[in-house]
Design a protein. Structure first.
Lengths: 394, 87
């Protein structure tokens, strides 16, 4: 029995910050079409199916480059997910003796590779963020040292939705000659990003959240000013290019893409991004933020509910963290799921640093993260559900 | 085109008299195909002839009369390529 299909219409999915659901039909169809009609290894052989597979990968590259305003699609390097892209950017560029600056709102996909590098002699400064999760750009300058090589910043928190002022940071890092690495896992596809004009050197994205692609896709956008000669790949191997040589190629994107890619996933990603481009990031953001404002307003009126992060829709994404007085996070999550069909995510959201910053460590929060396919009815039902749970737990 | 069993249509003969652009990466070859087609230039991606390279990749094949336009287009679109060869 297909439980999923039976209940799909009754589900209110508010876990889009973990992965978006549902996906556009065009995304699923692109994956099926790729496997049925093409299915070959891209860039490896000269036959027409292989060439067509290469075109599919190029379309994904070209679509993400357009969305992020990266001039050359070949400056997009695909990876398994944002975590893999962040590891590549961090470990490929930092070496013992380098100093890196980051913030108190980072996900473990940044903090863990950085802590690992710290053991190998990389120095780390963590910038304090306020209770709402905001970074004060003026606090950066005093942390810069002669050996500061990189600044890593989460574009938007996966806990509070607070946005970092990437343009201002980009101006500062460009002036100081520091590499700027942006973690756009929570923003690519739902918030405008302009790699070229924001002074971003490296931007990690995931394919399965607001880009509406499948899981197992993501990548790194590499800015035009990045010196790739001093940016090491983490893997070497077959690339379909320079086959006569046993040395790994030095050019983009092959330098950072070894082995057969997730072509079927990239076929879906190309279609997901196409949906975003056709719909317009601004329209997606407008819809999501209208729902977020509705949710926050509704929740604030409920006695015993604490809403974290800013109320200003200009400064946040549609990810909303709350707590209920007298009710444990796990309990709330379970009741939302079992009694109301609402999918939330409770706990620390892989971001202990961010929870420390907002004062919710170690218990965490109940996170309700809105996506483009949510409706005002979803939000109204969620407000009513939280209201009911709150009454019971008072 | 149906496959013919007699070998008088070996690849080099099939493409004889044409030109190809060789690239460092397959991604560049595919990018160039898109750029050229958008510019209305008739091009085709084919496997690299063995006598030019032992690589397993592809190259962009075109009629010699388009050489200058292709070269200009590669440069204006900042596409990294290895060389242009006659075959």
């Amino acid at each position: 029995m297909n439980i999923f299909k039976k209940n799909a219409k009754d589900i209110i999915y508010l876990d889009n910050a973990a992965t978006s659901w549902p996906k556009p039909d065009s995304m699923l169809k692109a994956m099926i079409r790729y496997q049925e009609d093409t299915g070959a290894n891209p860039g490896r052989s000269g036959h027409k199916l292989s060439v067509e597979a290469g075109r599919v990968v190029y379309e994904a590259r070209s679509n993400i480059a357009e969305l992020l305003n990266v001039e050359d699609p070949l400056n997009i390097v695909f990876a398994q997910n944002a975590t893999a892209a962040l590891n590549l950017a961090i470990k490929g560029n930092l070496k013992a003796g380098d100093h890196v600056i980051t913030t108190g709102m980072e996900h473990n996909s940044v903090m863990r590779p950085l802590r690992e590098m710290e053991k190998g002699g990389v120095e780390i400064s963590v910038l304090h963020c306020g209770k709402e999760g905001f970074l004060d750009v003026n606090s950066i300058s005093s942390k810069i040292r002669s050996n500061t090589r990189m600044l890593v910043v989460n574009h938007a928190s996966n806990v509070t939705g607070s946005l970092a002022p990437v343009n201002e940071i980009g101006e500062l890092t460009a002036n100081e000659g520091i590499l700027l690495l942006v973690d756009a896992a929570q923003t690519a596809g739902s918030f405008p990003i302009d790699v070229r004009n924001a002074g971003i050197d490296l931007l990690a994205f995931t394919g399965h959240k607001s880009l509406l692609g499948p899981q197992g896709t993501g990548g790194l956008a590499i800015g035009e000013n990045v010196d790739i000669d001093s940016f090491k790949p983490l893997l070497s191997g077959g690339t379909g290019s320079k086959s006569e040589s046993e040395e790994h190629p030095e050019f983009l994107p092959d330098k950072y893409e070894s082995g057969t890619p997730n072509t079927i996933g990239l076929a879906g990603l190309a279609a997901g991004i196409k949906f975003v481009l056709d719909t317009g990031v601004e329209n997606i953001r407008k819809h999501e933020m209208e729902l977020a404002v509705m949710l926050i307003k509704g929740l604030e009126d409920i006695p015993g509910v604490t809403v974290y992060g800013t109320r200003d829709p200009e400064k946040r994404t549609a990810t909303v963290s709350i707590n209920l007085k007298g009710a444990g996070q796990n309990e709330v999550g379970q009741v939302l799921d079992e009694d109301f069909g609402i999918m939330s995510r409770v706990g620390l959201h892989c971001a202990p640093q961010a929870h420390r910053t907002i004062g919710t460590f170690p218990d965490g929060t109940v996170r309700l993260s809105i996506g483009y396919f949510n409706s005002p009815e979803d939000i109204q039902k969620t407000i009513r559900a939280i209201n009911a749970i709150s009454k019971e737990s008072q | 085109m149906p496959f013919r069993k007699n070998r008088n249509n070996s690849m080099d003969r099939r493409n004889k008299g044409k030109c190809v652009v060789l690239f460092h990466s397959t991604s560049s070859a595919i990018k160039s195909e898109k750029v050229m087609k958008n510019a209305g230039l008739k091009v085709k991606l084919i496997p690299i002839p063995r006598h030019l390279s032992s690589d397993c990749g592809i190259c962009l094949c075109f009629e010699p009369r388009l050489k200058q336009e292709i070269e200009d287009s590669l440069k204006s679109n900042k596409i990294d390529y290895e060389s242009i060869e006659n075959i």
